[in-house]
Design a protein around this ligand. Structure first.
Ligand code: GLC
Length: 691
């Protein structure tokens, strides 16, 4: 059951799809007080209470013990002290002494979450502006809370099936030939690949909706050439439009008054990659329609995928901010500055980026009225993505676009996926990747993944290999790195064969992963779950932070420490360990519930299948369309009949009919033998272990 409570003058953020009546009762579970404009919600915490949620955020699955802030931020280090990342997903799920309940703070402005940080025995949530709707969810279990919440916010975006293929990306591929080299690097060594991305270097002077015709003289020809090789291209799009009279997007946006303005009516100018840029007011429907239409030339040139970036929005500096820093420097020039002056001078420059002063400087128009950006900041990226989805659907009606964004808000999960942003080539970021995977499932962003190998810092061969071993399961599987860092395409490493072998497992799993993704989306479920969701009575499982349940029948537990040759795994029940080296080379070891040390050489990685469940492996290929999903090998440890339903469809139609696409795979055990059938046809069941 979900109840709704309004405070101040809530904005329609578009997060929810169900219109619930406003309750006149006091908010359950919380005491509520007003402090100036702020509305503050306080809930007591028992010693062992757990708090899940918040989607994209640093630290544990259990968010208790620190503080977070809903404020979409361009952050490039994701260290433990960071309160904000790129998305705001204001859902908390409480589980413990006081029962199980959820709270969603539908507020497009800043919200502070003090989850047992200031005082260990209370959670304090502060809405800075006080204009919000709070939804309280009562349920039987964490899984039940998520199911109800997801019904409230509507079904998630689903990618085309080829969107689950491997994506190779790098900031620095500048020309058509650079991309050809990347494609050839994979194809020559038979490394699976479906998509290559084009970072900002493809644009002419970093201008949105352009491509540099010297570097890409024939984009339609290039996309056709790649299509023949089953490769798609995925260009980036930035939120800020370069200030350049003569540029079509800039001129039209200025003429029509589509860019955000300051209080004095002047268009707000902030610098991003193109230098000075202006920011479309994506919160207006007519602006979204205009921006959506701007994608058409790229899409007509054969582009089928887009990633949206810098849409928090990131602002390196504004004209005003830069001037203030210069003024500070001028005021100190020639004086003998003390150490505090020195820090102030330094801060004047480093503090220019993504500053609150700038976010307060400009306005949107909502219902004909100017609204300061600060009040609705967290909606900006979501509304850009809404426009992009609209633009892509208009060009290919009825087909699912491949789309993901950096900034997000709940509601945007219906339009696209998100990637986890600018992580680093750090081992700890494999673990962060894992945890965000589950937390993002709670809030509807099922299609997510992190930059494999790490975006910032120089990577290492073993890190790429271990990270791919987690990436093999994540819906977005993209290797991406920052300009200036060490190359990290698979084919460049000495151990490329072992990396390729990980991809064979990925591709063999795609029919299963796709099926689990669609089923989770359509049934308000989670493809990835903390163990606490499946084994709430098992204290050890509830505290497990480095393993996740995958689908109905599996559990993942990646190695995330350098030089480790194995890891500790907790099994809440009997499971079959599948120790993969490739899609064809793996061993299956039945393991009883409890604690285990699992030996895993650098090229080995585990997948656990719950006893009584089965997992289908298809025949892998070098691109998704080539996968043979009729040639299945079933893995499992069963003592009696077992079954699995696999969802299949054409992989691209917008309309999903879950019941029409389900095939039953059935394992029958009789006289000490297992036989398997899928849709009535006999299958090879050689890897079924009977007991
Ligand atoms: C941002 C993006 C990153 C991209 C870079 C250049 O940092 O998060 O993925 O490579 O900008 O466009």
């Amino acid at each position: 059951m979900i109840s709704r409570y309004d405070f101040g003058h809530p904005y329609d953020t578009g997060a929810v799809v169900q219109q619930l009546p406003v309750s006149g009762d006091p908010v359950p579970h919380f005491t509520v007080r007003q402090h100036g404009a702020q509305v503050i919600f306080t809930a007591p915490l028992g010693d062992d209470d757990m708090i899940f949620g918040l989607g994209q955020a640093v630290r544990g699955l259990n968010k208790r013990g620190h503080r977070y802030r809903a404020w979409n931020s361009d952050d490039f280090s994701h260290t433990e002290d960071k309160a904000s990342l790129y998305g705001s997903h204001n859902l908390l799920l409480f589980s413990g002494e006081t029962g199980v309940f959820g709270a969603f703070f539908d507020d497009p402005g800043a919200v502070a979450f003090d989850l047992g940080y200031t005082r260990g025995d209370e959670a304090v949530i502060t809405s800075e502006n006080g204009d919000l709707t709070v939804y309280i969810i009562e349920g039987e279990s964490l899984t039940d809370l998520v199911r109800q919440f997801r019904q409230l916010i509507g079904k998630p975006y689903l990618p085309p099936r080829w969107g689950l293929g491997y994506i190779q990306s790098r900031w620095g591929y500048a020309t058509a030939d650079d991309l050809r080299e990347v494609v050839a690097g994979h194809r020559e060594k038979h490394i699976p690949l479906d998509t290559v991305s084009m970072d900002i270097d493809y644009m002419a002077d970093f201008r949105d909706f352009t491509w540099d015709t010297a570097k890409f003289p024939d984009l339609p020809g290039l996309t056709a050439e790649f299509a023949a090789d089953h490769i798609r291209v995925m260009p980036i799009m930035d939120a800020g439009v370069k200030v350049q009279p003569g540029d079509a997007t800039y001129d039209e946006g200025i003429d029509k008054g589509y860019f955000c303005r300051k209080a004095d009516g002047e268009v707000f100018v902030g610098a991003v990659w193109p230098g000075k840029a202006v920011f479309p007011d994506f919160l207006r429907e007519e602006v979204r329609q205009w921006f959506a239409a701007c994608y058409r030339p790229l899409l007509e040139a054969g582009v089928e995928a887009i990633w949206n970036d810098m849409n928090e929005p990131a602002i390196f500096y504004s004209v005003e901010g830069l001037q203030a820093a210069y003024d500070k420097a001028d005021s100190m020039r020639g004086t003998n500055i003390g150490v505090y002056d020195y820090f102030a001078l330094k801060d004047a420059f480093t503090g220019m980026s993504n500053s609150m002063a700038d976010y307060r400087r400009f306005y949107h128009v909502i219902d004909g009225q100017p609204v300061n950006h600060e009040k609705v900041h967290n909606l900006y990226g979501a509304m850009m993505t809404k426009a992009t989805a609209q633009g892509m659907r208009a060009v290919r009606p009825g087909k699912r676009p491949l789309l993901f964004s950096r900034a997000s808000f709940i509601g945007a999960h219906r339009d696209g996926g998100i990637w986890q942003g600018d992580n680093n080539a750090w081992w700890s970021h494999i673990l962060l990747n894992l945890r965000e995977l589950a937390s993002l499932n709670m809030v509807g962003f099922l299609f997510n993944g992190a930059d494999i190998g790490g975006f910032g810092c120089n990577t290492t061969e073993d890190l790429v290999l271990r990270w791919l071993q987690l990436g093999a399961f994540t819906p977005i599987m993209r290797n991406h790195a920052a300009m200036g860092t060490r190359d990290q395409e698979i084919y460049r490493f000495a151990k490329w064969e072992q990396m390729r072998d990980v991809l064979t497992v990925r591709y063999a799993l795609i029919p299963y992963l796709y099926s689990e993704l669609v089923k989770a989306a359509e049934t308000d479920g989670m493809m990835f779950r903390p163990l606490a969701f499946d084994y709430p009575q098992d204290e050890m499982a509830c505290r497990t932070e480095d393993q996740l349940m995958l689908g109905d029948g599996c559990m993942i537990a990646p190695v995330y420490e350098q030089n480790a040759r194995g890891r500790h795994v907790y099994l809440p029940e009997d499971m079959l360990l599948v120790r993969f080296r490739s899609a064809e080379d793996f061993d299956c070891v039945p393991m009883t519930a409890g604690h285990h040390w699992i030996e895993l050489a650098l090229h080995e990685f585990p997948l656990f299948i719950r006893r009584g469940h089965i997992l289908p492996l298809a025949k892998a290929a070098e691109y998704v369309a080539g996968i043979d999903a009729s040639a299945l090998t079933l893995l499992g440890w069963v003592d009696t009949n077992a079954a699995l339903t696999l969802y299949e469809d054409d992989g691209e139609s917008e309309v999903i009919d879950l019941s029409a696409g389900l095939t039953e795979i059935r394992v029958t055990v009789a006289d000490g033998n297992a036989t398997a059938k899928a849709a009535g046809k006999a299958l090879d069941a050689t890897r079924i272990i009977l007991n």
